[in-house]
Design a protein around this ligand. Structure first.
Ligand SMILES: Nc1ncnc2c1ncn2[C@@H]1O[C@H](COP(=O)(O)OP(=O)(O)OP(=O)(O)O)[C@@H](O)[C@H]1O
Length: 244
């Protein structure tokens, strides 16, 4: 299966994002630009706000203040669903236990208007790329953690999204499969997608082009409320590129 390059791909921008939690801010004036063709790692210790940020960027969670846009248009629906063109890999996966691996991936394609035959062949090809092609007919309820994770990644990749948000997509994987997933995410970026990966794994972060490091809901090294664009050359620029 060939991939479809994106035309007119554009940036995903979060500006001054604030999410109020019980007794504290879960995100505190976070600004971020994720560019098409690049992989952005969101790093930080457990509880620092990575999942919260991805949920806001995906339109699943409405921020208490601040805005998210993609290609200049607002992201987020009244019903907390991701915008069309966005695919998420959540830590909970959200797979349907009573369906097979192939059916779980096909459902996402059918929902985007792909015909039944094409959906099956694209699903099978994607699962194969992720090393779980032999599990197409197995029920989700019968799979291991690492197998589930690769089915969840397959479901996101198969739809060839404009924006791919992946929350710890390699946490259950051995090195070989981790590298396989990272290579597939890179291929999505090369196709022109915006790819954002929350990760604890330094090797995964190093494989990305840019890094945003969160500490207690704030971007490390930046004063709250200052959009990153206005402080080029900041010594703690979280949008560093390896070697720059
Ligand atoms: N629905 C919620 N209600 C209250 N607090 C929440 C909610 N969701 C998350 N939190 C809190 O927000 C903080 C940030 O959580 P988040 O899941 O974004 O962190 P994280 O960096 O992704 O952590 P991890 O690496 O463990 O997945 C945590 O302290 C968490 O307990």
């Amino acid at each position: 299966m060939g991939t479809t390059p994106l035309d007119g791909a554009a940036a995903l921008v979060g500006l001054d994002l604030r999410v109020v939690g019980p007794g504290r801010l879960l995100l505190d004036e976070v600004s971020v630009t994720a560019s098409p063709g690049r992989m952005l790692a969101v790093t930080g210790s457990s509880g620092s706000g990575k999942t919260t940020l991805l949920s806001v960027l995906g339109g699943l969670l409405r921020p208490d203040s601040g805005q998210v846009s993609y290609a200049g248009g607002p992201v987020g629906t009244r019903h907390g669903e991701p915008r069309a063109g966005t695919a998420l890999v959540l830590q909970t996966y959200g797979l349907v236990p009573s369906l097979t691996a192939e059916e779980n991936v096909s459902v996402a394609l059918r929902a985007r208007g792909v015909g039944p035959r094409d959906a099956v062949s694209r699903s099978t090809a994607t699962l194969d790329r992720l090393g779980v092609g032999d599990l197409v007919d197995r029920l989700i309820s019968e799979l291991s953690g690492g197998q589930l994770q690769r089915v969840a990644v397959s479901r996101a990749l198969a739809v060839e999204p404009e924006v791919l948000l992946a929350d710890e997509p390699t946490s259950e994987l051995d090195e070989t499969n981790r590298d396989r997933v990272v290579a597939e995410l890179r291929a999505e970026a090369d196709r022109g997608a915006v790819v954002v990966v929350a990760t604890h794994d330094p090797d995964v972060a190093a494989a990305c082009d840019d890094e945003l490091h969160l500490v207690d809901g704030r971007v490390e090294g930046l004063p709250a409320g200052v959009p990153v664009e206005v402080i080029p050359g900041h010594e703690h620029d979280p949008f560093r590129r390896p070697g720059s």
